[in-house]
Design a protein around this ligand. Structure first.
Ligand code: NAP
Length: 295
């Protein structure tokens, strides 16, 4: 005898729940333009962040520029197209305690955030045996916990509106570890996993979580990189002049935002192929990485 299925039982069947979720109207809406979008960029005072600011301002976005060096941000703001419609917000990701309240105040002053670009980060140039634990912690604090704190400060307002994009700048180093980059690589791997989980959690709230993984980009990141004692390398390292330009990287990140790509690898040659190669032939890539020592 067939037992009648109650409507409540029908609604709670896993297949129906899945179908309902797949057609949920709150999946992230596609952005076809940056015009008038409010975009918060961390790490805007130099490199990829500054290039992103120039690119997005030229497309009509309204920007909030963040980092520690407020004078650099102010200078950038005045150079941008429509300079008066952009804001500067001083932020130290190493001190995230007051961040939540400050960000809520900023949102009430400047309106809801359409796109958060978690770009700020620092690098490392030291072998594991020569790196103090405090340095490992500091890199994780800024690159991982700072980014998590910023994301948690913005996310509730995006979920409440049922719309938003959170783009995090990871790295190819977040896919493959290399010598002298242990904690940097760990921080970017951690962001990778965190953002994958968050994407799965908030997709049905209309928020799209994205990751951009550049390879080498020609910026001054090496100058701020920490040695094993926690000192910035400053002029002891050169620029990454063999990498792609910050402008090209910014253009690819902007395209990934418009195309709503979950994840994008940015760069050329070996670095672009490396993450896929590592998945398919891990031992081969591990052998290659034993021989490569990046400066
Ligand atoms: N360049 C590359 O080859 C490359 C490759 C892959 C991924 N990436 C990633 O791309 C992002 C940008 O790097 P970049 O190459 O443009 O380097 P960059 O020129 O050194 O820029 C780093 C930015 O992060 C900010 N920042 C550093 N520490 C901070 C803190 N405690 N609080 C707030 N802001 C902080 C800096 O601003 P202030 O000093 O003013 O605070 C600066 O604006 C980073 O996440 C990096 O890991 C870079």
């Amino acid at each position: 005898m067939n037992t009648p299925v109650s409507s409540t039982a029908k609604e709670s069947s896993p297949r129906l729940r899945l179908a309902h979720r797949c057609s949920a109207p709150t999946s992230p809406a596609k952005n076809l333009t940056f015009y008038n979008k409010v975009i918060w960029i961390t790490g805007a005072s130099s490199g990829i962040g500054s290039a992103l600011a120039r690119h997005l301002a030229a497309q009509g976005a309204r920007l909030i520029l963040s980092s520690r060096r407020i004078e650099k941000l102010e200078q950038l703001r005045t150079e941008l197209i429509n300079s008066l419609q952009h804001q500067v917000f001083q932020l130290d990701l190493e001190q995230p305690e007051a961040l939540y309240t400050r960000v809520q105040n900023a949102i009430s002053d400047w309106g809801p955030i359409d796109i958060l670009i978690n770009n700020a980060g620092i690098a490392q140039r030291s072998r594991v045996l020569e790196t103090q634990l405090a340095v490992d912690r500091r890199i994780m604090e800024i690159n991982f916990f700072g980014t998590v704190a910023m994301t948690k400060a913005i996310l509730p307002s995006m979920v409440a509106r049922g719309a938003g994009q959170i783009m995090t700048v990871g790295s190819v180093a977040g896919k493959i570890g290399s010598q002298t980059r242990s904690s940097y690589s760990a921080s970017k791997h951690a962001l990778n996993g965190y953002m994958d989980s968050l994407r799965a959690e908030v997709w049905h709230n209309g928020v799209h979580v994205q990751l951009a993984c550049p390879g080498w980009v020609n910026t001054d990141i090496g100058k701020g990189a920490l040695d094993g004692d926690g000192n910035a390398l400053a002029d002891k390292v050169g620029t990454i002049d063999f990498g792609i330009s910050a402008e090209d990287c910014a253009q690819d990140i902007a395209t990934a935002l418009l195309m709503h790509r979950d994840e994008t690898i940015i760069g050329r040659g070996w670095v672009r192929m490396a993450p896929a190669l590592k998945r398919i032939f891990p031992s081969l890539v591990n052998r290659i990485m034993r021989r490569k020592v990046y400066r």
